[in-house]
Design a protein around this ligand. Structure first.
Ligand code: MF3
Ligand code: CO
Ligand code: CO
Length: 295
């Protein structure tokens, strides 16, 4: 469902978003035209000062996930995870929880359990052994956003859940490793889609990664499927997320009546990981790396 803003990673929104947005004097590099390049886009190149602030925001978002890990056990509710996160972000990090009130979103984080694909609303639902959970954290510090998400297992996951989460993580890695100046957004999408489908899983198409900075969801849209050489060409100083959603069943999704929670149409499991990525002079820098994580 289109809300008339593209912050929701909904492709259908692109036209409306583009028409309503004032053009920024930045870049218009569209060597190839396809879905990502056909509509006029303006992708900002961050200055060194903005990049420094994005590094801080990214680290803080990652720190929330690290902080949460010991709490995520059978018996906790997703509301409790929300409240712990909110307290940490506001009182310890002196930052802002970006989702809260974002186009009316009612909570500070997104928690998506089992067949929920993304944008799950924390609730009094108690997590039980065997559940798989995505926690998606976005914080604002000094005016800049950091956005990252990861999967957690409650107790011992099924073989399928473990494999799905691993494939989703590997897919994100392959997407990240396709990032370098001169590469195309289509290279990222192709790396992700071809790997996921080779593993007999499916990639969600209705939601995508996004540029990020002072805005939560900036241009460009970063599709998790596509063709090599297609779409926008990457330039140092661009910052965007890569956040593939991988389904164990069919790729189709539906939106619940709460207006936010996205679930798989066939109720099969879904998994997602997300990092915020800077295009550097010779490749990429992951701004939301957690301690001990290397990409
Ligand atoms: N963090 C999500 C993303 O990766 C967006 C959540 S929007 C919200 O883009 F309103 F649902 F919080
Ligand atoms: Co995101
Ligand atoms: Co996110």
């Amino acid at each position: 469902m289109c809300r008339g803003v593209c912050g929701f990673k909904l492709l259908k929104c692109e036209a409306i978003y583009t028409i309503n947005q004032p053009k920024r004097q930045t870049l218009s590099p569209y060597p190839n035209t396809d879905l990502q390049g056909a509509v006029s886009m303006s992708v900002s190149i961050k200055t060194p000062d903005e990049i420094a602030k994005m590094r801080v925001a990214g680290r803080l978002a990652a720190d929330v996930l690290t902080m949460l890990a010991p709490y995520i056990r059978a018996g906790i509710t997703t509301n409790e995870i929300n409240d712990i996160s909110h307290h940490y972000i506001t009182e310890v990090q002196h930052a802002v929880a970006a989702p809260l009130s974002y186009h009316g979103f009612p909570k500070s984080i997104c928690t998506s359990v089992n067949h929920q694909v993304c944008h799950g609303i924390p609730s009094d639902k108690v997590l039980k052994n065997g559940d798989v959970l995505n926690v998606d954290i976005t914080i604002i510090k000094d005016g800049f956003h950091g956005d990252t998400s990861m999967m957690f297992f409650i107790g011992e996951p099924s073989v399928m859940a473990k494999r799905l989460a691993t494939v989703a993580y590997e897919a994100m890695l392959l997407g990240i490793r396709a990032v370098r100046p001169g590469a195309f957004l289509g290279d990222i999408g192709y790396a992700i889609q071809s790997y996921v489908e080779s593993q007999r899983f499916t990639i969600v198409r209705e939601y995508c990664g996004h540029g990020i900075g002072r805005g939560f969801h900036e241009e460009p849209q970063v599709l998790h499927y596509g063709n090599p050489g297609a779409g926008l060409q990457l330039t140092p100083g661009m910052i965007f997320t890569i956040e593939p959603m991988v389904n164990a069943g069919k790729r189709f999704v539906k939106l619940l009546p709460d207006g936010w929670t996205v679930v798989t149409k066939d109720h099969a499991l879904s998994a997602q990981w997300e990092h915020t990525i800077l295009v550097t002079d010779d490749g990429y820098e992951v701004l939301t790396l957690r301690p001990g994580e290397s990409i």
